[in-house]
Design a protein around this ligand. Structure first.
Ligand code: GAL
Length: 688
């Protein structure tokens, strides 16, 4: 996997000069130089300008933009412009407009109005890609290709007849082990459990997407549909990418992911291996009290998708967005902190949507690098300061973030946990992920997102929150990590179903029963507002769990001989049954948690895991809310320190803070101001 651009931490963003008179270009470029913009993503939504009529292309304006950016030394991430087809596309190809689950055919007038399975969209988009690739492959400004934009954001699912046919072909590929489609249909019936509710298929013609229906849809059909939708968009991505590789060899190709709180549509574990550079868009979840922790989790998962290598933050915002219920502004200092949190976690490029705030259109109230108020504004001063800081920390580009804790996550588990008809709608996959990620974050431990089937044995702590669906290979890889010496924590509702979404019989948590030495007979989800107390037996490995109250979930179960009960349920229907357990496995341990713990509980358990694993915070002893992350490379190591407490901190590090240029040492510790940031190049003797 390559990083891009390779030798600096670079500032940039979406640049849409077509929204402005030609003369604005000169001013834009001058301002970009003033704040240190090093890359611009151009052309994302310009199909209607590039091809005003079918087959008639106008590229002179884009030539001008690329030439001008190149003269200014600004690298171009050139979009294939296929994200939003022009209105004429809808007129010529009404069948290519997406259809919703209830059968409504959507119209043009917004963006991403195309069915991912449409052959007309494929043909017309590839014609545009070919035109752009042939014209710009040799342009000196071209540094990367940007396929589409945020695949699946608005058109993830289309329920039209074309999609239905595509879905059937996909299913035949999944279930066909012989040349006979009837065998594949038998396998599908088996996998989908269609004897239930009289759903047995006897003809492929009857297999359709899970359109609106009377009651709970078939869960495995729904799961396969979600897998298919991810793959259908991936097919479009690969078609564009392959053409770019052929016509523009050597230029990396990416598409921007949306790893974060608001999107769960694509299986990025399947997408990531197809990226020359992994890039991500992240927008703060203003409704979360700890939005900066959600940001950190997104960045750590993105780095995992990039195989631990540096990646590109393609978009975030300088301040407000335009699509949340209340689009609040970022307080002073937050844009810099957010940006450096991504850089600490491996981003070597910091991009924004967008360069110049729009005057018109759906996003005119979205913040930008150059705000409506112009350069005579505090936001602009912050942008200039951000450019200066990124330049100052550029020596860290190419280095890798150090992490000893894995957070195992998976889209099949997300989709099946958040589906209809599970034991509790209070249990949401990402809440459980965030709960355990948050505990590691508060403990000062750096985390990396990993797929269950990745090699987890290089981690000292492996967190496995609610991995509802797991393959045998995934379960084996998690067990192997414990054997190899990791402290592995599995939480409730994990291992329950196989990849067909069928229950693993004989007691929960199915695939993890032997590893954990726990056998659960029945789930006992808790009603809203209800909690259950925990009690620790004498000699418990985590006495701090005594009297902590669990919520959302409890279970009737037992610890098998050799499994230690760390805490049990003290009241309610599960009183006396294990709530938290530990079992020695090989050189490590396998822990189980059967309820949703409040923060003090997750914190106590993560502290115990870290102590048993011998993992220490990056900077021990920091006040809660002061984030410290280390990147390490050939040129040295750098510790990023971000103060989210608003109170500032004295930090025992030795070296030079690249943000201020000041030295720090055992005698003169680093001082980070309230809400401030520091990036310390660790000095020869390292940190005290
Ligand atoms: C992203 C998108 C951008 C812009 C931005 C607004 O999802 O890629 O084009 O819409 O959101 O926050």
């Amino acid at each position: 996997m390559r990083t891009w651009p390779s030798d600096r931490v670079v500032l940039g963003g979406d640049y849409n000069p077509e929204q402005w008179p030609d003369a604005t270009l000169d001013d834009d470029v001058a301002r970009m130089r003033e704040c240190g913009v090093g890359f611009a993503t151009v052309g994302v939504f310009s199909w209607a300008l590039l091809e005003p009529e079918p087959g008639r292309y106008e590229t002179a304006w884009l030539d001008r933009v690329l030439d001008r950016l190149h003269d200014a030394g600004i690298a171009v991430d050139l979009a294939t412009a296929t994200a939003a087809p022009p209105p004429w596309f809808a007129r010529l190809h009404p069948d290519a407009m997406p259809v919703t689950r209830d059968g409504t055919r959507l119209s043009h007038g917004s963006r991403q109005t195309w069915c991912p399975s449409s052959p007309d969209y494929r043909r017309r988009s590839l014609a545009l890609v070919e035109l752009l690739a042939r014209r710009y492959a040799g342009h000196p400004a071209l540094a990367m290709w940007h396929v589409g934009n945020e695949f699946g954001c608005h058109n993830l699912m289309c329920f039209c007849d074309t999609s239905a046919a595509h879905f059937r072909t996909w299913l035949q590929g999944r279930y066909g082990t012989t040349a006979d489609p009837a065998d594949a249909l038998d396998s599908l019936n088996e996998a989908w459990g269609t004897t239930f509710w009289s759903q047995r298929y006897t003809s492929w013609d009857d297999v359709v997407p899970p359109r609106a229906t009377t009651a709970i849809p078939n869960p495995t059909a729904e799961l396969d549909w979600r897998r298919f939708c991810s793959d259908a968009s991936l097919e479009q991505h690969l078609a564009e990418r392959d053409l770019l590789h052929e016509l523009s060899p050597g230029v990396p190709v990416t598409t921007n992911f949306m790893v974060g709180f608001s999107f769960d549509g694509l299986d990025y574990h399947r997408w990531a291996p197809h990226q020359d550079v992994v890039s991500n868009d992240h927008y703060l979840a203003a409704h979360l009290p700890d939005a900066h922790v959600e940001l950190a989790m997104s960045a750590d998962i993105t780095r995992g998708l990039a195989g631990g290598d540096p990646w590109v933050l393609m978009e975030h915002s300088t301040s407000a967005v335009n699509w949340q219920p209340v689009n609040t502004a970022k307080p002073r200092g937050q844009m810099l902190r957010d940006s450096l949190s991504h850089v600490a976690r491996g981003a070597d490029a910091v991009g924004f949507f967008q360069w110049r705030a729009s005057r018109a259109g759906a996003e005119k109230y979205h913040s930008a690098l150059l705000p409506h108020a112009g350069t005579d504004s505090r936001r602009w001063q912050e942008v200039v300061e951000l450019g200066r800081v990124l330049d100052a920390v550029s020596e860290a580009a190419g280095s890798r973030t150090e992490a000893h804790v894995a957070l195992v996550h998976d889209y099949d588990s997300l989709w099946t946990t958040d589906a209809a008809s599970t034991p509790s709608t209070l249990h949401r996959y990402r809440d459980e992920l965030r709960a355990w990620y948050g505990a590691a974050w508060r403990a000062g431990l750096t985390v990396c997102g990993e797929h269950p089937e990745a090699d987890l044995s290089r981690y000292r702590v492996v967190l496995v929150p609610s991995l509802h669906l797991v393959s045998d290979a995934g379960a084996a890889s998690i067990a192997a990590a414990a054997e190899a010496g990791a402290q592995v924590l599995v939480t409730y509702f994990s291992g329950t179903v196989d990849p067909d979404d069928h229950i693993r019989l004989g007691g929960y948590p199915g695939a993890f029963r032997d590893l954990l030495g726990v056998r659960v007979e029945e789930f006992v989800p808790l009603l809203p507002g209800t909690t259950t107390a925990l009690r620790t037996p004498p000699g418990s490995a985590v006495p701090a769990l005594d009297r902590v109250r669990g919520s959302v979930w409890s279970e009737w179960g037992r610890a098998e001989p050799g499994t230690e009960v760390v805490a049990e349920f003290a009241d309610g229907p599960c009183a006396g049954d294990p709530a938290v357990t530990r079992r020695a496995v090989g050189a490590g341990s396998a822990w189980y948690c059967a309820t949703r713990l409040p923060d003090d509980g997750t914190d106590a358990l993560v502290a115990a895991l870290a102590a048993a694993a011998g993992v220490r915070p990056v900077v021990p002893g920091l006040p809660p809310g002061v984030d410290a992350v280390r990147r390490r490379g050939d040129g040295g190591s750098w510790v990023f320190v971000l103060d989210h407490t608003g109170e500032g901190a004295r930090v025992p590090l030795a070296g030079t803070d690249l943000v201020t240029g000041r030295a720090c040492s055992a005698e003169e510790p680093l001082v980070v101001g309230p809400g401030g940031v520091a990036v310390v190049r660790e000095g020869p003797g390292g940190s005290p």
